[in-house]
Design a protein around this ligand. Structure first.
Ligand code: NAD
Length: 525
């Protein structure tokens, strides 16, 4: 049961520790009116912020970075308590990512926001000076999931703020307290509270945000909710970014280092209990190393310590809620019923708590099984063999998703060539998931994995709209294409087109002269 479903409509929402199932606090369920008021406050404050010198905006980010570095232990505890992940993992995949992302923003944004002069190719248009500006949208609505409750929304919030926007964030109902940590630190760093507001509640609060006075929505979550968000946004022509689910393939070529690649598969599948949009959801291994690879993966999986993320020794924590655990159960059962071999795991671990599931390695899976087609989002590594590179590429691309992928080989060039053939927003050669921690790397997918990007240059572009300003260098001259139509104008334009585009030099020159003569004979209105 979700935390929401167990709640009477009292106006508050309980948040549970996924390791124990026990409540750790509650947050208000904000009404449509409250969400709309938050957006209005943000809207009123935003023009002042956009006019604030970039230097000052960057100072606030730097101060936020300093405070986060200092208070990392506290933020990490909050993440672990409500998302369940091991504390060291929270440091590596949440805090570090955000700290580093601030460096990226501070370095990239001055150049990104600098006005750009636009060169004109058309000779007549050279009489004009073009300038491209990047304008903040206004208020960016951000709706986020629970699996990376700090790094996902915070990197989006920081990108929106530094480019001059205000933000209203609706965090997941399972992990609102983590977002409040980001909020607390940004306010302590000097940000005006109206510029970054958090509204809490379940899907209804997200739906309310879509009806509020926001100018763009950045949604991260499941495909099903993403479609609902896209429909609501379409009804009011609200621009959207959708960061949705994945079914990421890992391709292991025969020349890959077996020890390295088996460790990679185990980490890539079980990190955050498999609840990572970029985690290994399908693993394809060359037949010549298939058995040895499976044996190593099963051995290494057997050594993982499953438990409460707050314990120092824990490798794999709990799943976020029962619904998620049930999906994993069903996918594993379906695979085994259709002939997959269970090498280890395959069961919940109720003695540890309600949300624990044993890290599971499944061999001999195929694409008729749900585990190879639907997002499992749990601690399962399903593996099958392939014979040729072509077959591996076909299997990797045989999915409705296209978020990320990885290719493993000791021949980097071969890996890169294969990477180009895979339909995914990012493909890593000899690594996985880490692209989310590279500020410059655009994050996002193709196919059902979403629309648009966060992070990197493309992520910055999502936070602004381009404005083109054009100044004529000869303001006292009437334009050649204005009224005063008639046969001469036709001759002028026809000659001009020949001058610009005809393949033969003789005709081009003749066109130029015809155009000039006709122009001189014309009387412009
Ligand atoms: P979810 O779709 O259930 O919820 C996401 C957010 O949407 C929550 O805040 C929720 O309250 C809100 N919401 C629910 N209904 C809504 C509605 N009708 N209108 C507006 N908002 C609504 O997803 P989840 O279970 O929180 O997260 C898991 C999913 O997120 C997985 O599919 C995972 O792959 C995906 N994900 C994607 C990325 C990415 O970057 N592509 C990153 C992390 C997670």
């Amino acid at each position: 049961m979700s935390a929401i479903a167990s709640q009477p409509a009292t106006g508050t929402l309980a948040v549970n520790d996924p390791a124990t199932g026990k409540p750790i606090g509650e947050v208000p369920i904000h009404s449509l009116r409250e969400v709309q008021e938050a957006a209005q406050r943000a809207r009123a404050a935003q023009p002042r912020w956009a006019a604030t010198p970039l230097r000052r905006r960057m100072e606030i980010l730097r101060e936020f970075q300093r405070l986060l570095c200092e208070q990392k232990a506290q933020v990490t505890s909050v993440i672990t308590r409500e998302a369940g992940k091991p504390r060291a993992e929270a440091l590596a995949t949440e805090i570090l990512v955000v700290l580093d992302y601030v460096n990226y923003l501070v370095e990239a944004v001055p150049e990104f926001l600098r006005s750009e002069s636009v060169r004109h190719t058309n000779p007549i248009m050279k009489l004009k000076r073009g300038t491209l500006l990047r304008e903040p949208y206004g208020v960016i609505g951000i709706i986020s999931p629970w699996n990376y409750p700090f790094s996902l929304p915070t990197t989006q919030v920081l990108t929106a703020l530094i480019t001059g926007n205000a933000v209203v964030l609706k965090p997941s109902e399972f992990t609102p307290f983590t977002s409040m940590e980001a909020h607390r630190l940004l306010l302590a760093a000097g940000l005006d509270p109206d510029l970054f507001q958090i509204v809490t509640g379940d899907g209804a609060a997200g739906a309310a945000l879509l009806r509020a006075d926001i100018q763009k929505i950045i949604f991260t979550g499941s495909v099903a909710t993403g479609k609902r968000v896209a429909q609501a946004a379409a009804a009011r022509l609200l621009p959207v970014v959708l960061e949705l689910g994945g079914k990421d393939p890992m391709i292991v070529l025969e020349d890959a280092d077996l020890d390295v690649v088996s460790s990679a598969a185990v980490w890539g599948a079980f990190m955050n209990a498999g609840q990572t949009c970029l985690s290994v959801e399908r693993c394809y291994v060359h037949e010549s190393i298939y058995d040895r690879f499976l044996q190593k993966c099963a051995e290494k999986t057997g050594k993982l310590r499953v438990g409460n993320g707050a314990d120092r020794d824990t490798d794999v924590g709990p799943m976020i809620h029962q619904r998620q655990l049930q999906t994993v159960r069903e996918h594993v059962e379906d695979a085994v019923a259709k002939g997959a071999r269970l090498l280890c795991g395959g069961t919940p671990l109720p003695r540890l708590g309600p949300g624990f599931y044993a890290p599971t390695v499944l061999a001999d899976v195929n694409h008729s099984m749900r585990i190879m087609r639907e997002e499992t989002f749990g601690p399962v590594l399903p593996v099958r063999s392939f014979k040729t590179e072509d077959e591996a590429v076909a299997l990797a691309n045989d999915s409705e998703f296209g978020l990320s992928a990885s290719v493993w080989t000791s021949d980097t060039r071969r890996g890169e060539a294969l990477a180009r053939r895979i339909d995914a927003g990012a493909v890593m050669v000899n690594d996985m998931i880490a692209c989310f921690g590279i500020g410059e790397a655009p994050h996002g997918g193709v196919k059902a994995s979403g629309i648009g990007r966060t992070h990197g240059k493309f992520g910055l572009e999502e936070m602004v709209w381009p404005k083109y300003i054009d100044s004529d260098r000869i303001p006292r001259m009437k334009k050649l294409w204005w009224y005063g139509y008639g046969p001469e104008f036709f001759q002028q334009m026809s000659g001009f087109i020949e001058f610009l585009f005809h393949k033969k030099l003789r005709i081009r020159l003749r066109g130029g002269s015809k155009s000039t003569r006709s122009y001189l004979r014309r009387k412009l209105l």
